[in-house]
Design a protein around this ligand. Structure first.
Ligand SMILES: [Zn+2]
Length: 462
């Protein structure tokens, strides 16, 4: 059984433009997988500095030679990407020279139809493989583009997984890339499956190496999740702006987030930091990634790929949202991946195995987040380790010995597990292992908020 890939194969070829019947149809299908609220925002409504676009429909579009008997050269009926998303309607005979100004090809893939959108910069256009464009030799061609702009509603699907606290982690994926898979359906199905796992009894214990996390410490008191999680499935950018501008009351509770996309290709996981690199979300996720994907890498905000995390990190919102994707390094000639924004981004380039690995990575990051507590020392002075049975012999394991002391020294109620991990350059699970050992010996308590135990800060010296 391939649950993630099967859902992709079922839905990928539908035309899912930002406000369109195809988008709504796929979102309704996804809502059958997990309970989802679908928010609607009407065309023409202002959201902060933006405006909700009209619904766009393409009934028919083709490019044909003038001879009435000749078959069409490019036809929307063959592939949804043959028409520019939000193309204006157009019908007429145009010279080859004029036509070329409205034809779009992929910059890198001569055999592929490119994904081109003109949501706000209105024009008509068709997309085709470069080899096909270069073969156009006639003086004139017939163009038919029957598109409609009607009042509609932009839809945002929201799955809420309530935790003990109102503090919320946002998971976001966009669904508006017609007939493409890695970008963007792969992030949607991983997000959906993440929400389903969170709903069905919290975080499974086996996403990270079990010995790393030990008992289910750090999730809520009752064994439930401590944090609330909200997954949003939306059209890129305008969907985030529409949701945020209608939920300003929730923004103060959003303590972090993760944008998901491009999770089916073979590249290593790339974790892009937020606008606030010192945030707990940044520290926690970046120090956890190496334990989940040894090939994975972290990079600063806006240096891997740009998506909806921009709207969450922006002024007036400032939610530290990172992004998780599988993207080649920026200097690669095929960045972010070879089939990007083209008709070659099909189910064939993603695999169930890689999607499942990305699901485990996402869950592992959230598992760490639930455990990102402040260890509060119940001891004073340095711990008598051999007396407590936690001595690591420096002659046998010098690194373990040093690490134990480095971590214990920072268990002062003011450093979270993630703070300690980042300060020492040690992975989050490695720090958690020591902290949970100390906790099992009643040497530290675990707090959700910083609790200073430094006597100089607890008294008011004259
Ligand atoms: Zn894209």
């Amino acid at each position: 059984m391939n649950p993630l890939l099967d859902l992709i194969k079922e839905t990928w070829f539908t035309r899912r433009d930002i406000v369109s019947d195809g988008f709504d149809q796929v979102l309704r299908r996804l809502a059958q997988e997990v309970p989802m609220t679908i928010h609607e925002y009407p065309s023409g409504e202002n959201c902060w500095t933006w405006r909700i676009p009209e619904k766009w429909t393409c009934d028919e579009a083709y490019l044909a030679p003038l001879s009435p008997a000749a078959p069409s050269l490019v036809d929307y009926a063959d592939h949804p990407l043959h028409v520019v998303s939000y193309s204006l309607p157009f019908e007429g005979v145009v010279s080859r020279q004029e036509l070329l100004q409205h034809l779009h090809v992929h910059p890198r893939l001569p055999q592929a139809v490119p994904f081109v959108f003109k949501y706000y910069d209105r024009d008509w256009g068709l997309c085709l493989p470069q080899i096909q464009r270069d073969a156009l030799q006639d003086d004139a061609y017939r163009v038919v583009i029957r598109t409609r702009f009607d009042p509609g509603t932009l839809k945002v699907g929201e799955v809420v997984v309530p935790g003990e606290s109102r503090q919320t982690i946002m998971l976001v994926a966009h669904l508006c890339h017609p007939a493409m898979v890695n970008d963007d359906l792969s992030g949607v199905v991983v997000g959906l499956e993440t929400a389903r796992a969170l709903r069905s009894g919290g975080l499974p214990g086996d996403t990270l190496p079990v010995q790393a996390f030990g008992p289910r410490l750090g999730s809520g008191q009752s064994g439930r999740l401590y944090y609330t999680y909200r997954l949003l499935i939306l059209p890129e950018t305008i969907g985030s702006v529409a949701y945020l501008s209608h939920h300003e009351d929730l923004i103060p509770h959003m303590v972090g987030g993760l944008f998901l996309e491009m999770l089916g290709s073979d590249a290593p996981h790339a974790l892009q930091g937020s606008f606030i690199p010192a945030s707990q979300a940044d520290k926690c996720f970046t120090s956890t990634l190496p334990a989940l994907d040894p090939r994975g890498y972290c990079a600063p905000y806006r240096t891997v790929i740009n998506n909806d995390e921009r709207q969450f990190n922006a002024p007036g919102v400032r939610v530290p949202m990172l992004s998780l994707s599988r993207v080649e390094r920026r200097d690669s000639p095929t960045w972010p991946y070879p089939e990007y924004h083209s008709s070659l981004d099909t189910p064939e380039i993603v695999s169930e195995e890689r999607l499942q690995a990305s699901l485990r990575t996402t869950l592992g990051l959230l598992q760490a987040w639930e455990r990102n507590l402040y260890p509060v020392n119940q001891f004073k002075g340095e711990i008598f380790c051999s007396g407590q049975g936690i001595w690591i012999d420096y002659r046998v394991n010098p690194e373990g010995h040093r690490r134990l002391f480095d971590i214990m020294e920072r268990c002062d109620g003011e450093h979270s597990v993630a703070d300690i991990a980042c300060e020492l350059g040690v992975s989050f699970p490695a720090v958690w292992e020591v902290v949970s050992l100390l906790h099992s010996k009643n040497l530290v308590g675990l707090s959700r908020t910083p609790q200073t135990t430094d006597p100089h800060r607890m008294t008011t010296n004259p």
